[in-house]
Design a protein around this ligand. Sequence first.
Ligand SMILES: Nc1ncnc2c1ncn2[C@@H]1O[C@H](COP(=O)(O)OP(=O)(O)OP(=O)(O)O)[C@@H](O)[C@H]1O
Ligand SMILES: [Mg+2]
Length: 252
Amino acid sequence: MGIIIEAKGLTKTYGKRAAAFTALRDVNFQIEEGETLAIVGKSGSGKSTLMHLLALLDTPTHGTIKIDGIAASRLKGRKLNKLRNQRFGFVFQQFFMNANDTVLENVMLPLKIGKVNRFKRKKLAMEALKTVGLEDKAKNKATDLSGGQKQRVCIARAIVNNPKVIFADEPTGNLDSGTGDKITDLLFDLAKKQGVTLIIVTHDEDLAKLCNRIIRISDGQIISDQTVRSDYQAKASEKREKEAARVRKANK
Ligand SMILES: Nc1ncnc2c1ncn2[C@@H]1O[C@H](COP(=O)(O)OP(=O)(O)OP(=O)(O)O)[C@@H](O)[C@H]1O
Ligand SMILES: [Mg+2]
């Protein structure tokens, strides 16, 4: 497992001169592949700003972001879009769906951008819809779904191109707790089974606790960074150790 995202000296200032506001100040950390990371903090503390920078949707005023060791500032235009499209999945409330398109069209969108042929697009999108339990809604208009179903479509769209990292900004916000739990299970299942790196911005402490790492931010700075080994990681490493012991024994 290597480092998938590295942030060094990240600073973001919005606006100019008298209107300038520094939303993020000298933020440094690294994210390992397969981590489940929660970013928590009060409203206005800079969580979404940080998430947008990490996801390469916005550029920092100062500092650098490396993805798999490559400085993002070196990637421009098509290359940047390609990297974002191939490696990242987004569950953002503001990137909602195209209301008048069907559910299927919405889920196929990242593949369309990635120039995957229509036959394969449809197949992969139906698989993603199946994962979130909405294959029977494929032909419905996106507007005709409930809030929780829309959120599940967003997850389907986020996973359809088999991303390495999923960024989720308040994925359970505005949902009742039952639906929120379903969304949570879906996301953590992906992390567990497919080794997807999860980065979740949330106000919800219970959701944060499911992650193996919690970064707290306040006024644009990290005030704590705790790593806890979650149950599934402990099990995976136990399995690896057993296998290594078996190999050692066999080689004796
Ligand atoms: N485009 C912008 N121009 C100017 N200021 C901005 C802009 N975007 C965000 N800000 C300011 O930067 C600060 C951090 O905003 P950000 O959206 O990152 O907060 P947040 O932690 O995600 O809050 P919330 O929990 O309410 O979503 C806020 O004070 C906000 O007003
Ligand atoms: Mg926000």
